[in-house]
Design a protein around this ligand. Structure first.
Ligand SMILES: Cc1cc2nc3c(=O)[nH]c(=O)nc-3n(C[C@H](O)[C@H](O)[C@H](O)COP(=O)(O)OP(=O)(O)OC[C@H]3O[C@@H](n4cnc5c(N)ncnc54)[C@H](O)[C@@H]3O)c2cc1C
Length: 521
Protein backbone atom coordinates (compact mmCIF):
# COMPACT_ATOMS: atom_id res chain seq x y z
CA UNK A 1 0.00 0.00 0.00
CA UNK A 2 1.45 3.38 -0.95
CA UNK A 3 2.18 5.88 1.79
CA UNK A 4 2.31 9.21 -0.05
CA UNK A 5 -0.57 11.12 -1.64
CA UNK A 6 -1.25 14.62 -2.85
CA UNK A 7 -4.22 15.07 -0.51
CA UNK A 8 -4.93 13.22 2.69
CA UNK A 9 -8.52 13.63 3.92
CA UNK A 10 -9.28 12.71 7.53
CA UNK A 11 -12.86 11.42 7.97
CA UNK A 12 -15.25 10.00 5.35
CA UNK A 13 -18.34 11.80 6.63
CA UNK A 14 -20.55 14.31 4.86
CA UNK A 15 -17.67 16.65 4.03
CA UNK A 16 -14.97 14.03 3.48
CA UNK A 17 -16.98 12.09 0.87
CA UNK A 18 -17.61 15.26 -1.19
CA UNK A 19 -13.94 16.25 -1.04
CA UNK A 20 -12.70 12.79 -2.00
CA UNK A 21 -15.01 12.65 -5.01
CA UNK A 22 -14.36 16.18 -6.23
CA UNK A 23 -10.58 16.26 -5.72
CA UNK A 24 -10.11 12.86 -7.41
CA UNK A 25 -11.93 14.11 -10.52
CA UNK A 26 -8.44 15.20 -11.62
CA UNK A 27 -6.71 11.93 -12.58
CA UNK A 28 -3.32 13.56 -12.02
CA UNK A 29 -3.75 13.95 -8.27
CA UNK A 30 -3.81 11.18 -5.71
CA UNK A 31 -6.26 11.28 -2.81
CA UNK A 32 -6.37 9.22 0.40
CA UNK A 33 -9.62 9.18 2.37
CA UNK A 34 -9.12 7.88 5.90
CA UNK A 35 -12.04 6.72 8.03
CA UNK A 36 -11.89 5.40 11.57
CA UNK A 37 -15.13 3.42 11.13
CA UNK A 38 -16.15 0.63 8.82
CA UNK A 39 -17.84 0.14 5.44
CA UNK A 40 -21.47 1.34 5.46
CA UNK A 41 -22.93 -2.06 4.64
CA UNK A 42 -25.64 -2.48 7.34
CA UNK A 43 -29.20 -2.72 5.91
CA UNK A 44 -30.39 -0.38 8.74
CA UNK A 45 -28.41 2.40 7.03
CA UNK A 46 -30.40 1.99 3.80
CA UNK A 47 -33.90 1.47 5.31
CA UNK A 48 -35.07 4.91 6.47
CA UNK A 49 -37.36 3.78 9.30
CA UNK A 50 -34.57 1.64 10.79
CA UNK A 51 -32.37 4.65 11.50
CA UNK A 52 -32.87 4.64 15.27
CA UNK A 53 -31.54 1.09 15.40
CA UNK A 54 -28.11 2.45 14.47
CA UNK A 55 -27.70 4.23 17.81
CA UNK A 56 -25.00 2.65 19.98
CA UNK A 57 -23.85 0.29 17.22
CA UNK A 58 -20.43 0.36 15.58
CA UNK A 59 -21.80 3.13 13.33
CA UNK A 60 -22.14 5.56 16.26
CA UNK A 61 -19.27 7.07 18.26
CA UNK A 62 -21.77 7.04 21.17
CA UNK A 63 -20.56 10.26 22.73
CA UNK A 64 -22.17 11.73 25.84
CA UNK A 65 -22.01 15.29 27.08
CA UNK A 66 -20.57 16.38 30.37
CA UNK A 67 -23.06 17.26 33.08
CA UNK A 68 -25.09 20.06 31.48
CA UNK A 69 -25.94 23.06 33.67
CA UNK A 70 -28.86 24.10 31.41
CA UNK A 71 -30.34 20.57 31.47
CA UNK A 72 -30.51 20.05 35.21
CA UNK A 73 -27.01 18.55 35.34
CA UNK A 74 -27.92 15.64 33.05
CA UNK A 75 -25.42 14.16 30.64
CA UNK A 76 -27.13 13.73 27.24
CA UNK A 77 -26.33 11.42 24.29
CA UNK A 78 -24.54 13.08 21.36
CA UNK A 79 -24.75 10.58 18.48
CA UNK A 80 -22.13 10.90 15.69
CA UNK A 81 -21.78 8.67 12.68
CA UNK A 82 -18.75 6.40 12.36
CA UNK A 83 -18.05 4.67 9.06
CA UNK A 84 -18.38 5.66 5.41
CA UNK A 85 -20.85 8.53 5.09
CA UNK A 86 -20.20 9.54 8.71
CA UNK A 87 -23.23 11.17 10.30
CA UNK A 88 -25.06 11.27 6.95
CA UNK A 89 -25.33 7.48 7.29
CA UNK A 90 -27.25 7.69 10.58
CA UNK A 91 -29.08 11.01 10.34
CA UNK A 92 -32.80 11.65 9.91
CA UNK A 93 -32.42 12.60 6.21
CA UNK A 94 -34.26 15.95 6.43
CA UNK A 95 -33.01 18.07 3.53
CA UNK A 96 -32.54 21.63 4.78
CA UNK A 97 -30.23 24.49 3.92
CA UNK A 98 -30.43 27.16 6.57
CA UNK A 99 -32.15 30.45 6.30
CA UNK A 100 -32.20 32.54 3.12
CA UNK A 101 -34.19 35.43 4.73
CA UNK A 102 -32.87 38.81 5.71
CA UNK A 103 -30.20 38.65 7.06
CA UNK A 104 -29.40 35.12 5.86
CA UNK A 105 -27.36 32.74 7.99
CA UNK A 106 -24.60 33.01 5.43
CA UNK A 107 -24.54 36.80 5.18
CA UNK A 108 -24.01 36.77 8.95
CA UNK A 109 -21.01 34.49 8.39
CA UNK A 110 -19.42 37.26 6.28
CA UNK A 111 -19.51 39.68 9.17
CA UNK A 112 -18.20 36.93 11.47
CA UNK A 113 -14.96 36.63 9.48
CA UNK A 114 -16.04 34.55 6.50
CA UNK A 115 -16.19 36.73 3.38
CA UNK A 116 -17.09 34.80 0.23
CA UNK A 117 -19.70 32.68 2.03
CA UNK A 118 -22.82 34.71 1.30
CA UNK A 119 -26.17 33.08 0.58
CA UNK A 120 -25.61 33.49 -3.16
CA UNK A 121 -22.19 31.82 -2.93
CA UNK A 122 -23.76 28.93 -1.06
CA UNK A 123 -26.81 28.72 -3.33
CA UNK A 124 -24.54 27.92 -6.26
CA UNK A 125 -23.20 24.91 -4.36
CA UNK A 126 -26.58 23.81 -3.04
CA UNK A 127 -27.71 23.68 -6.65
CA UNK A 128 -24.53 21.97 -7.84
CA UNK A 129 -24.80 19.25 -5.20
CA UNK A 130 -28.50 18.55 -5.56
CA UNK A 131 -30.56 16.18 -7.64
CA UNK A 132 -34.06 17.23 -6.63
CA UNK A 133 -36.89 15.12 -8.03
CA UNK A 134 -38.99 18.28 -8.27
CA UNK A 135 -36.65 19.45 -11.02
CA UNK A 136 -34.33 22.41 -11.56
CA UNK A 137 -35.40 25.96 -10.66
CA UNK A 138 -33.99 29.22 -9.35
CA UNK A 139 -33.35 27.46 -6.03
CA UNK A 140 -32.82 23.84 -6.99
CA UNK A 141 -30.59 21.57 -9.00
CA UNK A 142 -31.53 18.36 -10.74
CA UNK A 143 -28.19 17.00 -11.91
CA UNK A 144 -26.03 16.88 -8.76
CA UNK A 145 -25.08 13.73 -6.84
CA UNK A 146 -27.25 14.20 -3.70
CA UNK A 147 -30.69 12.75 -4.28
CA UNK A 148 -33.47 14.86 -2.71
CA UNK A 149 -37.04 13.56 -2.89
CA UNK A 150 -40.48 14.05 -1.43
CA UNK A 151 -41.23 11.60 1.37
CA UNK A 152 -42.89 8.49 -0.09
CA UNK A 153 -44.97 7.99 3.02
CA UNK A 154 -46.40 10.60 5.39
CA UNK A 155 -48.28 9.37 8.46
CA UNK A 156 -51.89 10.62 8.88
CA UNK A 157 -50.95 12.23 12.23
CA UNK A 158 -48.22 14.18 10.44
CA UNK A 159 -50.78 15.43 7.91
CA UNK A 160 -52.99 16.44 10.82
CA UNK A 161 -50.09 18.52 12.15
CA UNK A 162 -50.04 20.53 8.90
CA UNK A 163 -53.74 21.26 9.18
CA UNK A 164 -53.52 22.09 12.90
CA UNK A 165 -50.59 24.46 12.31
CA UNK A 166 -52.61 26.20 9.61
CA UNK A 167 -55.50 26.48 12.08
CA UNK A 168 -53.01 28.09 14.48
CA UNK A 169 -52.15 30.69 11.84
CA UNK A 170 -48.98 29.28 10.21
CA UNK A 171 -48.90 29.52 6.44
CA UNK A 172 -48.23 26.43 4.35
CA UNK A 173 -44.71 26.50 2.88
CA UNK A 174 -44.32 24.33 -0.21
CA UNK A 175 -40.55 24.50 -0.11
CA UNK A 176 -38.50 25.15 3.03
CA UNK A 177 -35.45 25.51 0.76
CA UNK A 178 -36.97 28.11 -1.54
CA UNK A 179 -37.55 31.81 -0.99
CA UNK A 180 -38.43 31.50 2.71
CA UNK A 181 -38.09 28.95 5.48
CA UNK A 182 -41.07 30.22 7.47
CA UNK A 183 -44.32 28.29 7.87
CA UNK A 184 -45.46 24.68 8.08
CA UNK A 185 -44.85 21.99 5.48
CA UNK A 186 -43.57 18.63 4.36
CA UNK A 187 -39.83 17.99 4.64
CA UNK A 188 -37.99 16.74 1.59
CA UNK A 189 -35.53 13.96 2.35
CA UNK A 190 -32.13 12.81 1.15
CA UNK A 191 -33.37 9.54 -0.26
CA UNK A 192 -33.24 7.70 -3.56
CA UNK A 193 -36.32 5.64 -4.38
CA UNK A 194 -37.20 4.83 -0.81
CA UNK A 195 -33.65 4.27 0.48
CA UNK A 196 -31.32 6.61 2.36
CA UNK A 197 -28.99 8.56 0.10
CA UNK A 198 -26.06 9.24 2.43
CA UNK A 199 -23.24 11.44 1.21
CA UNK A 200 -21.22 8.25 0.68
CA UNK A 201 -24.02 6.92 -1.58
CA UNK A 202 -24.21 10.23 -3.42
CA UNK A 203 -20.53 11.05 -3.90
CA UNK A 204 -18.17 8.29 -2.82
CA UNK A 205 -19.53 4.92 -3.93
CA UNK A 206 -20.02 5.96 -7.58
CA UNK A 207 -16.29 6.85 -7.87
CA UNK A 208 -14.71 4.24 -5.55
CA UNK A 209 -12.97 2.52 -8.45
CA UNK A 210 -10.95 5.55 -9.53
CA UNK A 211 -7.29 4.45 -9.49
CA UNK A 212 -6.19 7.76 -7.93
CA UNK A 213 -8.62 7.46 -4.96
CA UNK A 214 -7.58 5.34 -1.98
CA UNK A 215 -10.20 4.74 0.71
CA UNK A 216 -8.96 3.26 3.99
CA UNK A 217 -11.54 2.19 6.57
CA UNK A 218 -10.61 1.20 10.12
CA UNK A 219 -7.95 3.93 10.00
CA UNK A 220 -7.98 6.05 13.16
CA UNK A 221 -5.97 9.22 12.61
CA UNK A 222 -3.92 9.77 15.74
CA UNK A 223 -2.31 13.08 14.89
CA UNK A 224 -1.21 15.37 12.09
CA UNK A 225 2.49 15.40 11.31
CA UNK A 226 3.78 18.96 11.42
CA UNK A 227 7.30 19.94 10.35
CA UNK A 228 8.13 23.51 11.30
CA UNK A 229 4.85 25.21 10.54
CA UNK A 230 3.76 22.86 7.73
CA UNK A 231 1.46 19.85 7.86
CA UNK A 232 3.19 17.04 6.01
CA UNK A 233 0.97 14.05 6.71
CA UNK A 234 -0.81 12.05 9.38
CA UNK A 235 -0.09 9.16 11.72
CA UNK A 236 -2.78 6.51 11.69
CA UNK A 237 -3.56 3.39 13.69
CA UNK A 238 -4.80 0.58 11.48
CA UNK A 239 -4.82 -3.21 11.78
CA UNK A 240 -2.88 -3.00 15.06
CA UNK A 241 -0.07 -0.84 13.65
CA UNK A 242 0.89 2.81 13.55
CA UNK A 243 1.82 4.16 10.11
CA UNK A 244 2.60 7.58 8.72
CA UNK A 245 1.03 8.73 5.45
CA UNK A 246 2.52 11.70 3.67
CA UNK A 247 0.51 14.53 2.10
CA UNK A 248 2.48 16.23 -0.69
CA UNK A 249 -0.03 19.06 -1.02
CA UNK A 250 -2.46 19.21 1.90
CA UNK A 251 -3.95 17.48 4.88
CA UNK A 252 -7.70 18.15 5.06
CA UNK A 253 -9.40 17.53 8.36
CA UNK A 254 -13.06 16.49 7.99
CA UNK A 255 -13.46 14.59 11.23
CA UNK A 256 -16.55 16.55 12.30
CA UNK A 257 -17.33 19.12 14.97
CA UNK A 258 -15.99 16.90 17.75
CA UNK A 259 -13.28 14.96 15.88
CA UNK A 260 -11.58 17.84 14.05
CA UNK A 261 -10.83 19.95 17.16
CA UNK A 262 -9.73 16.82 19.05
CA UNK A 263 -7.27 15.89 16.29
CA UNK A 264 -5.95 19.46 16.05
CA UNK A 265 -5.37 19.59 19.79
CA UNK A 266 -3.64 16.21 19.83
CA UNK A 267 -1.35 17.62 17.13
CA UNK A 268 -0.37 20.72 19.13
CA UNK A 269 -2.87 23.16 17.62
CA UNK A 270 -5.26 24.57 20.20
CA UNK A 271 -5.52 26.48 23.46
CA UNK A 272 -1.91 26.40 24.76
CA UNK A 273 -2.85 26.10 28.45
CA UNK A 274 -5.06 23.07 27.82
CA UNK A 275 -2.44 21.38 25.64
CA UNK A 276 0.29 21.91 28.25
CA UNK A 277 -1.97 20.36 30.90
CA UNK A 278 -1.81 17.16 28.81
CA UNK A 279 1.93 17.46 28.09
CA UNK A 280 1.30 18.28 24.43
CA UNK A 281 3.75 20.88 23.13
CA UNK A 282 1.73 23.77 21.65
CA UNK A 283 2.67 24.63 18.06
CA UNK A 284 -0.04 27.24 17.46
CA UNK A 285 -2.20 28.76 20.20
CA UNK A 286 -5.75 28.94 18.76
CA UNK A 287 -9.25 28.80 20.30
CA UNK A 288 -9.83 25.29 18.91
CA UNK A 289 -12.88 23.56 20.42
CA UNK A 290 -14.35 26.75 21.82
CA UNK A 291 -17.63 28.26 20.63
CA UNK A 292 -19.36 24.88 20.28
CA UNK A 293 -22.95 25.61 19.23
CA UNK A 294 -25.85 23.19 18.99
CA UNK A 295 -29.61 23.34 18.63
CA UNK A 296 -31.39 22.28 21.80
CA UNK A 297 -34.46 20.06 21.36
CA UNK A 298 -37.42 19.83 23.76
CA UNK A 299 -40.36 17.46 23.16
CA UNK A 300 -44.04 17.70 24.02
CA UNK A 301 -46.22 14.62 23.62
CA UNK A 302 -49.89 13.57 23.63
CA UNK A 303 -51.63 10.20 23.70
CA UNK A 304 -54.00 9.74 20.76
CA UNK A 305 -56.77 7.40 19.71
CA UNK A 306 -55.45 7.41 16.17
CA UNK A 307 -52.90 4.68 15.42
CA UNK A 308 -49.37 6.01 15.63
CA UNK A 309 -46.17 5.11 13.85
CA UNK A 310 -45.34 2.62 16.64
CA UNK A 311 -47.19 -0.03 14.62
CA UNK A 312 -44.91 0.35 11.59
CA UNK A 313 -42.83 -2.69 10.75
CA UNK A 314 -45.58 -5.31 10.32
CA UNK A 315 -45.03 -8.21 7.91
CA UNK A 316 -47.15 -6.30 5.42
CA UNK A 317 -44.97 -3.19 5.76
CA UNK A 318 -41.83 -5.25 5.30
CA UNK A 319 -43.24 -6.95 2.20
CA UNK A 320 -44.29 -3.59 0.73
CA UNK A 321 -40.83 -2.20 1.34
CA UNK A 322 -38.98 -5.22 -0.01
CA UNK A 323 -41.07 -5.48 -3.18
CA UNK A 324 -41.82 -1.83 -4.03
CA UNK A 325 -39.74 0.38 -1.68
CA UNK A 326 -43.00 1.94 -0.56
CA UNK A 327 -44.86 2.34 2.72
CA UNK A 328 -44.00 3.23 6.33
CA UNK A 329 -40.48 1.78 6.22
CA UNK A 330 -39.48 4.49 3.72
CA UNK A 331 -40.30 7.08 6.35
CA UNK A 332 -37.77 9.06 8.36
CA UNK A 333 -40.64 9.35 10.90
CA UNK A 334 -40.49 13.17 10.95
CA UNK A 335 -42.27 13.88 7.68
CA UNK A 336 -43.61 17.33 8.51
CA UNK A 337 -42.51 20.35 10.49
CA UNK A 338 -42.55 24.09 10.80
CA UNK A 339 -40.30 27.12 11.16
CA UNK A 340 -41.44 30.05 13.24
CA UNK A 341 -40.15 33.12 14.98
CA UNK A 342 -40.71 33.69 18.68
CA UNK A 343 -40.55 37.41 17.93
CA UNK A 344 -43.51 38.36 15.77
CA UNK A 345 -41.85 41.11 13.83
CA UNK A 346 -39.11 38.96 12.36
CA UNK A 347 -39.08 37.16 9.05
CA UNK A 348 -36.36 34.72 10.11
CA UNK A 349 -37.12 31.71 12.28
CA UNK A 350 -35.52 30.87 15.61
CA UNK A 351 -37.49 27.67 16.19
CA UNK A 352 -37.95 24.54 14.07
CA UNK A 353 -40.71 22.07 14.95
CA UNK A 354 -40.64 18.41 14.01
CA UNK A 355 -43.83 16.39 14.11
CA UNK A 356 -43.19 12.79 15.14
CA UNK A 357 -46.33 10.61 14.82
CA UNK A 358 -45.21 8.58 17.81
CA UNK A 359 -44.68 9.16 21.53
CA UNK A 360 -41.11 9.92 22.53
CA UNK A 361 -39.94 10.48 26.05
CA UNK A 362 -36.55 8.91 25.65
CA UNK A 363 -35.07 8.56 22.19
CA UNK A 364 -33.73 5.10 23.10
CA UNK A 365 -36.96 3.59 24.51
CA UNK A 366 -39.77 2.21 22.36
CA UNK A 367 -43.12 4.02 22.73
CA UNK A 368 -45.67 2.41 25.03
CA UNK A 369 -48.94 3.82 23.62
CA UNK A 370 -50.37 5.53 20.56
CA UNK A 371 -49.71 9.22 20.39
CA UNK A 372 -47.63 11.95 18.81
CA UNK A 373 -44.82 14.27 19.77
CA UNK A 374 -43.77 17.69 18.61
CA UNK A 375 -40.07 18.33 19.08
CA UNK A 376 -39.09 21.98 19.47
CA UNK A 377 -35.61 22.82 18.23
CA UNK A 378 -34.00 26.16 19.05
CA UNK A 379 -32.16 27.04 15.85
CA UNK A 380 -30.77 30.42 16.89
CA UNK A 381 -28.71 30.19 20.02
CA UNK A 382 -26.55 32.42 22.18
CA UNK A 383 -25.29 29.58 24.42
CA UNK A 384 -21.73 28.44 23.75
CA UNK A 385 -20.09 25.14 24.73
CA UNK A 386 -16.68 23.52 24.33
CA UNK A 387 -14.87 20.47 23.03
CA UNK A 388 -11.97 19.62 25.32
CA UNK A 389 -9.43 16.84 25.59
CA UNK A 390 -10.08 14.17 28.19
CA UNK A 391 -6.69 12.61 27.71
CA UNK A 392 -3.68 12.83 25.41
CA UNK A 393 -4.65 9.38 24.10
CA UNK A 394 -6.23 9.67 20.63
CA UNK A 395 -8.57 6.74 21.36
CA UNK A 396 -10.12 8.53 24.37
CA UNK A 397 -13.45 10.26 23.79
CA UNK A 398 -13.24 14.07 23.98
CA UNK A 399 -15.04 15.97 26.76
CA UNK A 400 -18.10 17.65 25.26
CA UNK A 401 -19.92 20.40 27.10
CA UNK A 402 -22.78 21.75 24.97
CA UNK A 403 -23.86 24.36 27.54
CA UNK A 404 -27.24 24.55 25.79
CA UNK A 405 -29.88 26.70 27.48
CA UNK A 406 -27.41 28.61 29.62
CA UNK A 407 -28.57 32.08 28.55
CA UNK A 408 -31.79 33.80 29.54
CA UNK A 409 -32.50 34.59 25.88
CA UNK A 410 -32.27 30.93 24.85
CA UNK A 411 -34.55 29.93 27.71
CA UNK A 412 -37.10 32.56 26.70
CA UNK A 413 -37.08 31.36 23.09
CA UNK A 414 -37.42 27.65 23.86
CA UNK A 415 -40.26 28.38 26.28
CA UNK A 416 -41.98 30.39 23.52
CA UNK A 417 -41.34 27.54 21.05
CA UNK A 418 -42.87 24.97 23.41
CA UNK A 419 -45.92 27.19 23.89
CA UNK A 420 -46.27 27.48 20.10
CA UNK A 421 -46.11 23.67 19.76
CA UNK A 422 -48.74 23.22 22.50
CA UNK A 423 -50.92 25.80 20.79
CA UNK A 424 -50.78 23.79 17.55
CA UNK A 425 -51.60 20.56 19.45
CA UNK A 426 -54.73 22.26 20.87
CA UNK A 427 -56.12 23.09 17.41
CA UNK A 428 -59.16 21.06 16.30
CA UNK A 429 -57.35 18.91 13.74
CA UNK A 430 -55.07 17.42 16.41
CA UNK A 431 -57.31 17.94 19.45
CA UNK A 432 -59.95 15.64 17.94
CA UNK A 433 -57.58 12.66 18.19
CA UNK A 434 -55.88 13.64 21.48
CA UNK A 435 -56.78 11.44 24.43
CA UNK A 436 -54.59 12.98 27.13
CA UNK A 437 -51.34 14.81 27.79
CA UNK A 438 -48.29 12.57 27.89
CA UNK A 439 -45.29 14.86 28.17
CA UNK A 440 -46.15 18.53 28.63
CA UNK A 441 -45.07 21.17 31.13
CA UNK A 442 -47.37 21.35 34.18
CA UNK A 443 -48.26 24.93 33.26
CA UNK A 444 -46.95 27.69 31.02
CA UNK A 445 -45.18 29.41 33.90
CA UNK A 446 -41.43 29.93 33.50
CA UNK A 447 -40.69 27.64 36.41
CA UNK A 448 -42.76 24.72 35.01
CA UNK A 449 -41.29 25.29 31.56
CA UNK A 450 -37.80 25.26 33.08
CA UNK A 451 -38.60 22.08 34.96
CA UNK A 452 -39.79 20.45 31.71
CA UNK A 453 -36.72 21.31 29.64
CA UNK A 454 -34.35 20.41 32.45
CA UNK A 455 -35.94 16.94 32.60
CA UNK A 456 -36.58 16.21 28.93
CA UNK A 457 -34.54 18.41 26.56
CA UNK A 458 -31.53 17.08 24.68
CA UNK A 459 -29.68 18.41 21.67
CA UNK A 460 -30.84 18.21 18.08
CA UNK A 461 -27.39 16.77 17.30
CA UNK A 462 -26.41 19.69 15.08
CA UNK A 463 -23.05 20.62 16.65
CA UNK A 464 -20.96 23.20 14.79
CA UNK A 465 -18.43 26.01 15.03
CA UNK A 466 -15.56 24.50 17.05
CA UNK A 467 -13.01 25.49 14.34
CA UNK A 468 -14.92 28.53 13.15
CA UNK A 469 -13.95 30.70 10.20
CA UNK A 470 -12.35 33.88 11.49
CA UNK A 471 -11.18 32.16 14.69
CA UNK A 472 -9.40 28.89 13.84
CA UNK A 473 -9.47 28.84 10.02
CA UNK A 474 -9.57 31.65 7.50
CA UNK A 475 -12.26 32.07 4.86
CA UNK A 476 -10.35 29.58 2.62
CA UNK A 477 -10.63 27.13 5.52
CA UNK A 478 -6.84 27.12 6.09
CA UNK A 479 -5.79 26.65 9.70
CA UNK A 480 -4.30 29.91 10.95
CA UNK A 481 -0.54 29.73 11.43
CA UNK A 482 -0.01 26.33 9.74
CA UNK A 483 0.62 25.68 6.04
CA UNK A 484 -0.83 22.73 4.15
CA UNK A 485 -3.71 22.17 6.56
CA UNK A 486 -7.43 22.90 6.19
CA UNK A 487 -10.54 22.00 8.11
CA UNK A 488 -13.67 21.27 6.06
CA UNK A 489 -16.78 20.13 7.96
CA UNK A 490 -19.54 21.49 10.21
CA UNK A 491 -16.94 22.82 12.65
CA UNK A 492 -15.99 25.74 10.36
CA UNK A 493 -19.42 27.43 10.45
CA UNK A 494 -18.83 30.75 12.26
CA UNK A 495 -22.31 30.38 13.74
CA UNK A 496 -24.55 27.35 13.52
CA UNK A 497 -27.05 27.69 10.66
CA UNK A 498 -30.80 27.68 11.25
CA UNK A 499 -31.95 24.20 10.37
CA UNK A 500 -30.49 20.75 9.80
CA UNK A 501 -26.84 20.78 8.78
CA UNK A 502 -26.09 17.98 6.31
CA UNK A 503 -26.86 19.85 3.07
CA UNK A 504 -24.92 22.86 4.34
CA UNK A 505 -21.86 20.73 5.10
CA UNK A 506 -22.10 19.25 1.59
CA UNK A 507 -22.20 22.76 0.09
CA UNK A 508 -19.26 23.87 2.26
CA UNK A 509 -17.26 20.88 1.01
CA UNK A 510 -18.24 21.57 -2.61
CA UNK A 511 -16.94 25.13 -2.27
CA UNK A 512 -13.84 23.92 -0.42
CA UNK A 513 -13.08 21.49 -3.26
CA UNK A 514 -13.02 24.40 -5.70
CA UNK A 515 -10.83 26.45 -3.35
CA UNK A 516 -8.37 23.57 -2.88
CA UNK A 517 -8.19 22.65 -6.56
CA UNK A 518 -7.86 26.33 -7.49
CA UNK A 519 -11.04 26.20 -9.56
CA UNK A 520 -13.29 29.22 -9.96
CA UNK A 521 -16.68 28.59 -8.39
C1 LIG B 1 -29.13 11.36 14.91
C2 LIG B 1 -28.83 12.52 13.97
C3 LIG B 1 -29.83 12.98 13.12
C4 LIG B 1 -29.56 14.03 12.23
N1 LIG B 1 -30.51 14.38 11.34
C5 LIG B 1 -30.23 15.27 10.38
C6 LIG B 1 -31.16 15.53 9.35
O1 LIG B 1 -32.26 14.97 9.32
N2 LIG B 1 -30.81 16.42 8.38
C7 LIG B 1 -29.61 17.06 8.39
O2 LIG B 1 -29.38 17.88 7.50
N3 LIG B 1 -28.72 16.84 9.36
C8 LIG B 1 -28.97 15.93 10.33
N4 LIG B 1 -28.03 15.64 11.27
C9 LIG B 1 -26.74 16.36 11.24
C10 LIG B 1 -25.85 16.07 10.03
O3 LIG B 1 -25.98 14.75 9.57
C11 LIG B 1 -24.39 16.40 10.39
O4 LIG B 1 -24.34 17.75 10.83
C12 LIG B 1 -23.42 16.22 9.24
O5 LIG B 1 -23.52 14.93 8.71
C13 LIG B 1 -21.99 16.49 9.75
O6 LIG B 1 -21.07 16.28 8.72
P1 LIG B 1 -19.50 16.38 9.00
O7 LIG B 1 -18.81 16.11 7.73
O8 LIG B 1 -19.21 17.67 9.70
O9 LIG B 1 -19.18 15.26 10.07
P2 LIG B 1 -19.45 13.65 10.01
O10 LIG B 1 -20.42 13.31 8.94
O11 LIG B 1 -19.75 13.25 11.40
O12 LIG B 1 -18.05 13.07 9.56
C14 LIG B 1 -16.91 12.93 10.36
C15 LIG B 1 -16.24 11.62 9.98
O13 LIG B 1 -14.91 11.62 10.51
C16 LIG B 1 -14.65 10.35 11.08
N5 LIG B 1 -13.61 10.54 12.08
C17 LIG B 1 -13.70 11.26 13.23
N6 LIG B 1 -12.52 11.24 13.88
C18 LIG B 1 -11.66 10.52 13.12
C19 LIG B 1 -10.29 10.15 13.27
N7 LIG B 1 -9.55 10.53 14.30
N8 LIG B 1 -9.73 9.36 12.30
C20 LIG B 1 -10.45 8.99 11.22
N9 LIG B 1 -11.76 9.30 11.03
C21 LIG B 1 -12.34 10.05 11.97
C22 LIG B 1 -16.00 9.92 11.63
O14 LIG B 1 -16.06 8.54 11.87
C23 LIG B 1 -16.94 10.40 10.56
O15 LIG B 1 -17.12 9.44 9.53
C24 LIG B 1 -28.28 14.64 12.21
C25 LIG B 1 -27.29 14.19 13.09
C26 LIG B 1 -27.55 13.13 13.96
C27 LIG B 1 -26.46 12.64 14.88
Amino acid sequence: MRSSFDYVIVGAGSAGCVLAARLSEDPNVSVALLEAGDEDSAPEIRIPAATLQLAKTKYDWDFYSESEPGLGGRSVPLARGKGLGGTSSINAMVYMRGNPGNPTDFDNWGTDGAPGWSYNDMLRYFIKSENNERGASKYHGSSGPLSVQNARYVHPLSERFIEAAKQAGHAYNEDFNGASQMGVGHFQVTQRDGERCSVADAYLHPVRKRPNLHVLTGALVLRIQIEGRRATGVTIFRCGNEETLRAEREVILSAGTYGSPQTLMLSGIGPAAQLKAFNIAPIVDLPVGEDLQDHVLAPVGYRSDERSFMHAGSAEDVALYMTKKQGPLTSNVIGTGAFLSTKDERSVPDVELYMAPVLISDINSPPSADGFSIAVSLIETSSRGKVMLRSARPDAKPRLLTNVLTTADDERRIFAGIKAAMHIARQPKLAEVCVSDFLVPKSESDSDMRDHVRKFAMTDRHPASTCGMGRVVNSELKVLGVDGLRVVDASVMPTVARGNLNAIVVAIAEKASDLIAGRRS
